[in-house]
Design a protein around this ligand. Structure first.
Ligand code: SF4
Ligand code: SF4
Length: 425
């Protein structure tokens, strides 16, 4: 019988302890409406004003549609048990994971120690930062958790779309939280979006993160959504929906290209080795012929599944749709779900569905057609499957190519890539 552990790589499942629930109403959010797909029996009132860790911890948690203590233990036990590597990474995601109270995560750590049996366990949590408190910061510091925090730039940029349930901007509260993380020496990175609004001033965006927040790690995700009204109340399109208008908050392809080129020009003169921008790192990895640290720029998908609050496991955070459900942790083993036929097919499709334009593209080594969720364009000769942001990526890769060539040569010669800052290219 063949082994159920065919890959010498970590099995990775992000957990969503509060499901799609969130205390905010960011206008571009793709996940909030997942509540329509897996409705909670007692979901937030429409106005969402009473959503808080305290309100969720009152009453029966199962009935309120967040992860129960029993499921938490089941997840931690089985997730550790199936790992073939000595390092185990837990990622707590949302919705907003801090809707679960701190005591939930303190219990998670106790369970990780109990079931860990010598494995090295690390945790990261991705949050909007609104519920961070000194007590939370102390815990994050003491346990060595990495925090990914959503921030879209200056106040004017961030508050354009990142609003609370009453329609108020959240920048002040988020930046206060980031300063608190810095005070408690908690390691954090910025989970930013590039959208139609902040794309107009990339330098203000980048300099604010670097100079005001002292951010060292920046992940920038382009916001692209299309509008489609569904009968169940959802209003965003899925991949195969056709003729759907682009949502107004979305970044346009050329904006994306220019945004990243402008930030790159600032970074490559003074910040290489000091500030880590995920796209730049991934592009250099592509130039070096090694795996990038992010699936979007890798040749294949499917190495990061997500688990909803009720134990349902899906292929990817961007494919939480019924057809991409792999099973439920209560009834299906994680290896069967993650190494099974369905997920393997999902992984390979990224490469197999590339249109000829991508297969012959000089930037394929770094782009790989980017994320399949955005492949809703046709190529010039009518072939489906071209990424919406392709024109932007071509601008970007063309622009950074001489610098990537230079850094590649430096690394191959055993010198640091930061030498590029002194190069005249
Ligand atoms: S669909 Fe996109 S986000 Fe999901 S695994 Fe593939 S590249 Fe990553
Ligand atoms: S730049 Fe465009 S054509 Fe080239 S691999 Fe990326 S999406 Fe495909």
């Amino acid at each position: 019988m063949s082994t159920v552990y065919p890959f010498a790589r970590p099995l990775y499942v992000m957990a969503k302890p509060a499901g799609a629930r969130c205390n905010l109403r960011c206008q571009y959010c793709y996940y909030l409406e997942k509540q329509h797909l897996a409705p909670c029996p007692d979901s937030f009132p429409e106005e969402g004003l009473s959503a808080s860790p305290e309100s969720l911890s009152r009453g029966g948690e199962a009935a309120r549609g967040t992860m129960t203590p029993k499921l938490l233990e089941e997840y931690i036990r089985s997730y550790i048990e199936v790992q073939q590597m000595p390092d185990v990474l837990f990622t707590w995601h949302g919705g907003e994971p801090m809707l679960k109270p701190l005591s939930f995560y303190q219990q998670a750590v106790r369970l990780q120690r109990f079931y860990g049996r010598g494995k090295h366990i690390s945790n990261s949590i991705q949050t909007n930062g609104i519920y961070l408190t000194p007590e939370w910061c102390q815990f994050l510091h003491d346990e060595g958790w990495l925090v990914g925090i959503s921030i879209d730039g200056t106040q004017e940029q961030h508050d354009a779309y990142r609003l609370d349930a009453q329609g108020h901007g959240t920048w002040q509260r988020v930046t206060d939280s980031i300063r608190m993380l810095n005070e408690y020496q908690v390691e954090w990175n910025a989970m930013a979006t590039a959208n139609h609004h902040n794309a107009q001033d990339p330098l203000a965006f980048y300099r604010f993160l670097r100079d005001e927040l002292h951010c060292k790690y920046v992940q920038i995700s382009p916001v692209v959504e299309r509008i489609k009204q569904h009968s169940d109340g959802r209003h965003l399109a899925q991949l195969f929906d056709e003729d759907c208008p682009i949502a107004p908050f979305s970044i346009r392809p050329e904006e994306w290209g220019r945004f990243m080129c402008t930030i790159f020009d600032e970074w490559v003169k003074r910040d290489v080795g000091e500030v880590f921008v995920q796209l730049f790192d991934a592009t250099l990895a592509g130039w070096m012929g090694v795996e990038p640290g992010v699936c979007v720029y890798a040749a294949e998908c499917g190495h990061a599944a997500v688990m909803e609050h009720n134990g349902d496991v899906y292929s990817c955070d961007h494919f939480v749709f019924p057809e991409y459900k792999l099973g439920n942790i209560r009834t299906h083993g994680l290896p069967q779900m993650l190494y099974g036929t369905k997920q393997n097919r999902f992984s390979r499709l990224k490469k197999e569905a590339l249109p000829r334009q991508c297969r012959e593209c000089p930037w394929l080594k770094a782009c790989h057609g980017e994320c399949p969720r955005l492949r809703f364009l046709k190529t010039a000769d009518g072939e489906p499957g071209l990424n919406y942001l392709c024109a932007g990526y071509r601008i970007f890769f063309q622009h950074v190519a001489p610098y990537m060539d230079y850094m590649r040569r430096e690394l191959l010669a055993g010198r640091p890539a930061s030498g590029v800052m002194r190069a005249h290219l």
